[in-house]
Design a protein around this ligand. Structure first.
Ligand SMILES: Nc1ncnc2c1ncn2[C@@H]1O[C@H](COP(=O)(O)OP(=O)(O)O)[C@@H](O)[C@H]1O
Ligand SMILES: [Mg+2]
Length: 236
């Protein structure tokens, strides 16, 4: 069910990296909304600001100007500690580089968001192992990230992003290391798990094969959202 209340509302959002001659204006006035129960995809050429935008949405990075409201909070009004707590409870991430902890097993990596929320260790690892089964790599629960293929690491990262049932899941190119069949399976899994009960999923992707899974697709170019379309309207 897509509700009418935006879970994300960005207006006139700007972000510049560096200063003077070397300054790069990564976001140049982003206007964007995402709704409860929606899978919104963000697409656009390399360097257009996609990773910067989802870093701001997930409160990992501060914008310079404009407004960004996420899950009823004005991100500008939150202290660093409040942002940390907000992310731990409400947001799941799949980073482009997976960012798994190399000294922890797959199950322990997936358990991290539960441990941060004080779930007892045994229960957290059990729940994490169930999540790994759901993404099709239950047999890898005891392996270290270095013992897994890129695609398997990506599935661990996805399991970690959804294990604590956050209201917003943000993914940077989640299917890039996966073959088509596995990519579709992961997308279905993300849709089933990250959209339940009015949750919201934002996926950055270049992979046009997964466009049909989107509710809406926001096209970015040079720091702006230039159009928002339904997948059926988008030429591929
Ligand atoms: N930490 C950073 N320091 C300086 N420039 C950056 C940094 N991160 C990104 N950029 C620049 O900002 C622009 C947008 O980058 P990014 O958000 O990563 O784009 P995308 O994810 O769409 O490829 C690019 O020109 C990139 O080089
Ligand atoms: Mg990027």
């Amino acid at each position: 069910m897509v509700s009418l209340d935006p879970i994300i509302r960005c207006s006139k959002l700007t972000k510049t990296y560096g200063q003077g001659e070397s300054a790069v204006q990564a976001l140049r006035g982003i206007e964007l909304e995402a709704f409860a129960g929606e899978l919104l995809m963000l697409v656009g050429p390399s360097g257009c600001g996609k990773t910067t935008l989802i870093s701001v949405l997930s409160s990992l990075l501060d914008a310079d100007g404009g407004e960004c409201r996420v899950l009823e909070r004005d991100l500008r009004s939150l202290s660093a500690a409040e942002k940390t707590a907000f992310r731990a409870r409400s947001i799941g991430f799949v980073f482009q580089a997976f960012n798994l902890i190399p000294t922890l097993t797959a199950a322990e990596n997936v358990a991290v968001p539960l441990l941060i929320q004080d779930m007892p260790r045994r229960a957290a690892v059990r729940r994490a192992t169930e999540m790994l089964e759901r993404v099709g790599i239950g047999d890898k629960a005891g392996k270290l990230p270095s013992q897994l293929s890129g695609g398997q690491q990506q599935r661990v990262a996805i399991a970690r992003a959804i294990v604590h049932e956050p209201r917003l899941v943000v993914c940077d190119e989640p299917t890039s290391a996966l073959d088509h069949q596995t990519g579709e399976r992961v997308l279905k899994l993300l849709r089933e798990n990250a959209l339940r009960d009015g949750r919201t999923l934002v996926i950055v992707t270049h992979d046009h094969r997964i466009f049909p899974y989107a509710d809406r697709i926001a096209q970015m170019d040079d720091g702006r959202v230039v159009s928002v379309q339904r997948p059926s309207e988008k030429s591929q």
